[in-house]
Design a protein around this ligand. Structure first.
Ligand code: CP
Ligand code: NVA
Length: 310
């Protein structure tokens, strides 16, 4: 049985396969085909934090493929009403796949230990692997020069950045991360990624202008993530130079596109004129959550055991 805690759990071939299944099902959906690959399967969704894209895309994809889903909010009391080791084996004995959005990454790791079905990380304080799968699907689709593409990420080295860095290192996509001092990854993590890639694909700097040089995609995320609200005022000051605006976009390739995992805060991490311009690819990127996760769920439930023919 396979789980997705972080993208370190998947080889590059497996990531390619997941995206391939997702792309295939995306083309089929465009022509009205919704193969019943998940008929009779039940997805549980255990969410400790708010969500629009993750929640709705998982529910929608399960329905489109003939399965059903069950949304479980905090009222089920995991970790409070009963401990994870009691709650998870029971819950997962009713289900075929469980998506968890948790405040603490270690809780998803622990849930995996006790789970009887595949578990998918739907965002933690450390990682957001489903977002990175959709990001990569979007880059592959929109890049004018995939072999030589470069992504610049400006902002916090957080959960979204972590998964983006892992997927870029696995697929050999250049990524330059610009974060203020104190909000960067440990050098060891960057080194580990580059070692696994066999060359330098991930760079880290505190200079946003340097990061965006020659970038085909400029990616950002909120400066204050869910759970960090008390730090908001401080973060607004510390990230002020890392805003994606017209001046920054001018330093990237002239055809550069904006990526953002959303939700966005206009005129904080990205100015309204950029997110609302034709350069913005955020809607395509968010739509790809549905298609990339379709690939993931189908692969986890069927392909991880036998070949999938969609
Ligand atoms: N990008 C993303 O995960 O969005 P939600 O928080 O709305 O699920
Ligand atoms: N970094 C953001 C991502 C939201 C999808 C957060 O954790 O709130």
């Amino acid at each position: 049985m396979r789980h997705l805690l972080t993208l370190f759990d998947f080889s590059s071939d497996e990531i390619h396969r997941v995206l391939e299944i997702g792309n295939d099902l995306k083309s089929k959906l465009r022509t009205g085909e919704r193969p019943s690959l998940l008929q009779g399967y039940i997805m549980g969704m255990l969410f400790e934090k708010p969500s629009l894209r993750t929640r709705v895309s998982f529910e929608a994809l399960t329905g489109q493929l003939g399965g059903s889903s069950l949304f479980l909010g905090e009222d089920v009391g995991w970790g409070t009403r009963e401990p994870i080791q009691d709650f998870v084996p029971i819950l997962t004995s009713y289900l075929d796949v469980l998506v968890i959005r948790a405040k603490r990454h270690k809780d998803v790791r622990e849930a995996i230990k006790y789970s009887r079905c595949p578990v998918i990380n739907g965002l933690t304080d450390v990682a957001h692997p489903c977002q990175a799968l959709a990001d990569m699907m979007t880059v592959q689709e929109l890049s004018l020069d995939l072999e030589n593409t470069k992504i610049a990420f400006l902002g916090d080295s957080n959960n979204v950045t972590y998964s983006l860095a892992v997927i870029c290192s696995k697929l050999g996509i250049q990524l330059s991360i610009a974060s203020p001092a104190g909000y960067q990854f440990e050098d060891d993590f960057i080194q580990q990624l580059n070692q696994e890639a066999g060359r330098t694909v991930i760079e880290q700097t505190d200079d946003p202008r340097m990061a965006v040089e020659d970038a085909e995609f400029v990616y950002t995320d909120v400066w204050t993530s869910m759970g960090q609200e008390a730090e908001n005022a401080q973060r607004l000051k510390e990230f002020a130079d890392f805003q994606v605006n017209a001046m920054i976009m001018k330093k990237a390739r002239k055809e550069a596109r904006l990526l953002h995992c959303l939700p966005a805060r206009r005129n904080e991490e990205v100015t309204a004129d950029i997110i609302d311009s034709p350069a913005s690819a955020v809607v395509e990127q968010a739509e790809n959550r549905l298609h990339a996760q379709k690939g993931l769920v189908v692969w986890l439930l069927t392909g991880a055991r036998k070949p999938v023919h969609v």
